[in-house]
Design a protein around this ligand. Structure first.
Ligand code: GDP
Ligand code: GDP
Length: 438
């Protein structure tokens, strides 16, 4: 199920990060501090009542001068328009409506995207009621008075946000064609790969029904099978600030990965694997997508008989949290191993939705337990009663045990490896849920 994306846009100091942190709660994304950037959270999963969505914070580096505020806000708005299902525009009641707010409001309104207007720092409704009305002048609908710091008015705001979620995601669900997101740093070769994957055939570029995002979806027919490639290359940023560029590439990746079944993570062979690659890969991992790591520009690397081994080791070390990912060395320019890449895509798609019968699973678990005793603590030993697969995309298993406290991450990993030995599951993460049965 693809989760809606809500993008937060607003001037510096109106309280965007405060709001973001409050709504994100403790569920912080793994994206870590970039040196020099105080705000570390770029995206987060939010649950409101029965609805779940991904929130992204478009606010990047604070502009150094006042003149730059408007252009930086325009950039934020652009990225929000391109990636979000709903835009949350945050303003500040204590500063009132300023000129830049009008300009950005105009831009957002023209996009036709659903916009929710939050007026922050309403620490007292009595005191600020009249001031909130002033924000009707922006012409983007009802202003919602909130206080992010005191957590006031957030329920009404979220009710309004979730009202705008597209109902059409069911259509996307019914679409049986594999959806593949191509993600990676700027200039890694995403556009080149899309072009190569299309080959000489005419490709149909379309907006798939059921999404309000502007992702460019390319439908490609290969060996009689249709594939939908979700491109994140789209917008070229004018912004030259490195941190901002990185932020945008992460936001675009989040938006594309949400809609995909599997992900091709591109790494630039001429630069080697970097922290930025690890951050982007983390998005696919957290969301349980199938992953193929494509090391691109392989043509441009001077190679000896050890090169491929050295690259493999470095990548496996840096992306140690995804040992299941498939690895392939390609050239989007010369077309090297593009056919092989299609084969990998087919395999990973299959594995990502593979179901294993309960009987066989329990045989494997019983055998594994017989080979290696489960851990024990203070004379009590972990007992594994039963295992069953409860979901696909990614394959998810529930193991019933006598006492959850006794389970150990390394033993679950051991069971996972036994299942992988038997069924492969190459390219896909597996999820394990431990339940107690008295
Ligand atoms: P951002 O630049 O838009 O991300 O803004 P921040 O979240 O960093 O907040 C800017 C300043 O406004 C900080 O000093 C916050 O403590 C303050 N602030 C945020 N929310 C509220 C609020 O609801 N009421 C008041 N009075 N101050 C707030
Ligand atoms: P994107 O920003 O990720 O979409 O990257 P592009 O597809 O625009 O490629 C960025 C640059 O890398 C361009 O100059 C491409 O010609 C070059 N490039 C892309 N793929 C390859 C490749 O496989 N080998 C080499 N040598 N250059 C490549």
């Amino acid at each position: 199920m693809s989760k809606p994306i809500v993008a937060v846009v607003g001037r510096p100091n109106v309280g965007k990060s405060t709001l973001f942190n409050v709504l994100a709660g403790r569920k912080i994304s793994i994206v870590k501090d970039t040196p020099g950037v105080t705000r570390d959270r770029i995206y987060a999963d939010v649950t409101w009542l029965d609805k779940q969505f991904t929130m992204v914070d478009t606010g990047g580096i604070e502009p150094e001068s006042k003149d730059l505020i408007l252009s930086s806000m325009r950039e934020q708005a652009e990225i929000a328009i391109a990636t979000a299902d709903v835009i949350l525009f945050v303003t500040d009641v204590q500063q009132g409506v300023i000129d830049a707010d009008y300009k950005v409001a105009d831009m957002l309104r023209r996009s036709g995207k659903p916009i929710v207007l939050a007026v922050n720092k309403v620490d007292s409704f009595k005191k600020y009621e009249a001031d909130i009305y002033e924000f009707y002048n922006l012409g983007i609908g009802d202003p919602y008075g909130i206080s992010a710091a005191s957590q006031l008015g957030l329920g009404d705001l979220l009710d309004e946000v979730v009202k705008h979620f597209p109902a059409g995601s069911a259509e996307e669900e019914e679409d049986e064609r594999p959806r593949i997101a191509i993600i990676g740093k700027p200039n890694v070769g995403k556009s080149s790969l899309i072009n190569k994957l299309c080959g000489s055939q005419r490709s149909i570029v379309s907006n798939i029904a059921g999404t309000t995002r502007d992702a460019i979806d390319t439908v490609v027919k290969f060996n009689g099978q249709e594939y939908v490639f979700i491109d994140t290359a789209g917008i070229r940023r004018k912004n030259k600030i490195k941190e901002d560029l990185e932020r945008y590439s992460i936001i675009r990746a989040v938006s594309a990965v949400e809609r995909a079944n599997i992900v091709i993570l591109m790494i630039d062979a001429t630069e080697g694997v970097t922290e930025q690659d690890a951050k982007i890969a983390g998005i696919a991992h957290e969301r349980g997508k199938g992953v193929i790591i494509a090391v691109n520009k392989w043509d441009a690397v001077v190679k000896n008989d050890k090169t491929i081994y050295e690259y493999t080791k470095k990548i496996r070390d840096t992306l140690a949290y995804m040992p299941y990912a498939e690895l392939i060395f390609i050239s989007a320019m010369t077309g090297q191993r593009i056919t092989k890449l299609y084969e990998l895509i087919d395999m990973v798609i299959q594995n990502h939705s593979l179901r294993v019968a309960t009987g066989v699973l329990n045989e494997i678990m019983a055998e594994a337990v017989a080979l290696k005793q489960p851990p024990s603590d203070k004379g009590r030993r972990l007992k594994l009663y039963y295992i069953t697969q409860v979901a696909v995309k990614p394959p998810t298993f529930v193991i019933f045990v006598n006492d959850k406290e006794l389970t150990h991450f390394s033993y679950t990993r051991y069971i996972e490896n036994k299942i992988r030995e038997a069924f492969g599951f190459r390219g896909t993460p597996l999820k394990f849920i431990i339940r107690e049965r008295k």
